[in-house]
Ligand binder design. Sequence first.
Ligand code: C2E
Ligand code: MG
Ligand code: MG
Length: 543
Amino acid sequence: MNWLKGPTSKKYRNNLFKILLISILVVAILQLIYITGGTKMVFVQLLYIPIILSSLFWGTYSGLIAGVVCGILVGPFIPLDVPNGIMQDPINWISRLLIFLLIGFLTGYMFERINRLNLKSPFYNLPNAQKLLRDIEERSKSKEKFKLFSIKLTNLNDIEKYVDNKLVFAIVDNLAKKLSHCCGRNAIYSYEKDELIILACKSCNYDYEEKIKEILEDYFDFPVSMGGYKIRVSLKVGIYEYKGEEITPIEIYNKARIAYEQGEEKESGLYYYNVDLESRRREVQNITGSLLESIDRNELYVMYQPKIDIINNRISGVEALVRWKRNGNEHIGPNIFIPIAEEIGFINRIAKYVFDSATTQINNWKSKGIDLKCSINTSVNELIDDNFTAWAKDIITSKNLERLDFEIEITERAIAYDDKKLIEKMYFLKELGYKISIDDFGTGYNSLMSINEIPFDKLKIDKYFIDRIHKIEIEELVKHFIEYAHTFDKIVIAEGVETEEQLNILKRLNCDEVQGYYYSKPLLPEELVEFYINFNKGNLIKK
Ligand code: C2E
Ligand code: MG
Ligand code: MG
């Protein structure tokens, strides 16, 4: 009974059940015919039921077989009139058998057609997602390796809106035609209007991946001429290779779709699935909902890390660093939730929250005689948002503070010196009186030459270089950064200073300020007051 277990057991059990049902039905009807007096009675017509059921379950062939079996069973073996022992005329039961055959064939054919229509895409002459999932299931059950290509045409909506909707269908049809030359039309499926899927199985021709890539790359590089238009179609292709894992067809399909979510939204490209992608997606899903509620639920708070002016040995200011304690106990780092907040458009609310907390805090310290400058991290999306800059214009005056006490940090990775809008906003903030710092310097793509075209006051050298500053070539590089910034009268601050050795090298290189665990980790406001008092008394406890 091994066949009742295993992956296909469900299908076997199903079929067994159906065969049993039909057999019981046939036997019961035959008995009824016999008991009620023979085939002269109307009950013989009931045999259409098992014939139609067979066609419904298994299609034309089984409809025909059921027709023959029922025709014979109710043929020479059952009398026309049981009480009087009158047998049927052969012409009678043979013509009935032929009618049963015809019904079995016609109903089977009809059901097959309806089924086929259900498996067709409503948009294109291609099989649909239901058929795709069935085929994936079949292949995965036989443990066959295959690759799934999910091809998303990302700018079809724009083409439909601004050009013509018939063109959209023509573009996809054309692409399907080109792809069919290498993999056959049966391997191409349509999911939605703007998505084609190729199921590339080993037995068809596994190596046509290269050909598919060639066709797609043609689309990446050249516009398509169609209906008098020259259209640039953007295609994002996700590829997933199935190697026999125990996962459902829809999971397999989703992996190919997850793969194409990499890269810029509307930029063409070919992307392979990897596991990190999925865990990141899950993390985003998991965090997104609760992040939106974090401010209202008072789960965000701000910590302050001191920055030390190593030339005059004094605290030059603090950096405000946001923290999130989800559900009151789970700490989630800004490196995780800030990029998600940017992705879901929640970053401006966080920025306002941090700005608001930091300005209130500075006022609070001022009232206690502690005068500190504060830097606040921002992202490009915040800076280029007109609402944010307008808000940054008002908040300081409304709180009666000096803008010079505030520094806006922007990571170098996000700065493209030819991004006019960003540079304009940076100038705007500088004119308002804010200082501007380039954070994580050295991790971006700006050369020292282009950095000069960006308005800034401070350069924060990334921890990456400070961690390796004991290496002579890195020390030389850091020296170069510092000297270059000094020629433009900019202040240089080293991030992530953890040891005395690092501090001494930086002092020798004339670095202006340092920030790092050597002096202090980020602190809560009351801890910072303690640190401030201890530092100024000269009895600082080093961590
Ligand atoms: P960042 O602006 O470069 O901040 C410095 C990060 O290095 C902070 O991590 C700080 O805790 C850590 N750090 C400082 N000194 C040391 C050290 O000596 N050793 C080590 N191992 N780490 C040190 P944190 O707070 O986890 O922040 C990570 C990043 O998240 C920040 O990097 C910043 O880019 C971003 N971020 C933090 N708060 C905000 C915010 O309010 N808005 C925005 N847009 N980004 C924020
Ligand atoms: Mg920073
Ligand atoms: Mg940094």
